[in-house]
Design a protein around this ligand. Sequence first.
Ligand SMILES: [Zn+2]
Ligand SMILES: [Zn+2]
Length: 316
Amino acid sequence: MLATQDLTLLLDRRAAALQKAQPDLVEALELQARLIRAGLTAARAPEAHPFALPREHLAARVREGVPLLHDQPAHVDVHFAADLFSRLADILAERDDAHLRSRLDGLVSAATGGLLDPERLFGEAFVQHQDHVAEIARQIGVDAELLATLASQAVTPLLRAYADHLLPLLARIDDGTSQGAAWQQGYCPVCGAWPILAELRGVELARYLRCAACGSGWRSPRLFCSYCANEDYQLLGTLTIEGEQRFRIGVCERCKGYLKVCNAFGPPPAALLALEDAASVHLDVAAIERGYHRPGGAGFAIELAIPENEWVEELG
Ligand SMILES: [Zn+2]
Ligand SMILES: [Zn+2]
């Protein structure tokens, strides 16, 4: 795991390289880099409370395709998320965009007016119940897309902190090949989110999926649709984009889902995935134009168990 200082250094270097390669995306990449930097430069690290996961429970979950956070008494560090949320909103507010500013003003006044319940908002964002976050936006009359974007980015470091604890457990029950990969699902073994991209790593081009929410990486068969588990090679295709060296687009003709695939000599740290995503937005455009989509929501909607000490408080 890289220290925060190394990560910010890496972020600056990567953002500069991408901006040089794609001058038309300078502004979008600059904004994305600032949003990522806000998450890396919080006053303190997010608190993740590790929970016990006995080996036999772990093996059963993995076999049944149940993400490791599901039904666990994970603590959601609401103070961390609320602080990051307001710093992300500040970054967006500096932009020269009147429409964005008016949507932000509505959100900020709802938050400062006490309409926004941070426990509820960040709890829903942590488990990625997008429909519930949209419901909160509707109830308090704020822009749903903006609320969802900011809330999910605000909890990302919390999810990553849990992934740092949980992902090594998974590696222990793997046999080291994609056929023997313990986790056989297209959604994240830690948090249940869909992948944001697939990476082909090493000389053997082993395929890894990277989680859109917590950044976890897990091995996956080469011919496999993450969304519908289709393995029929006749229904799996690849779109290549002229002039594009690093990325291609994996598509599934059964569910019409697409996933960006990149050659990753050094896979980016989880914190930098959003930058790679922003840098390859032309592939999203190409895929969507051809009738493919990335499914919304999560692959597995997790719930959290209520920690025992809070049960006592509720009963008392
Ligand atoms: Zn995840
Ligand atoms: Zn599919």
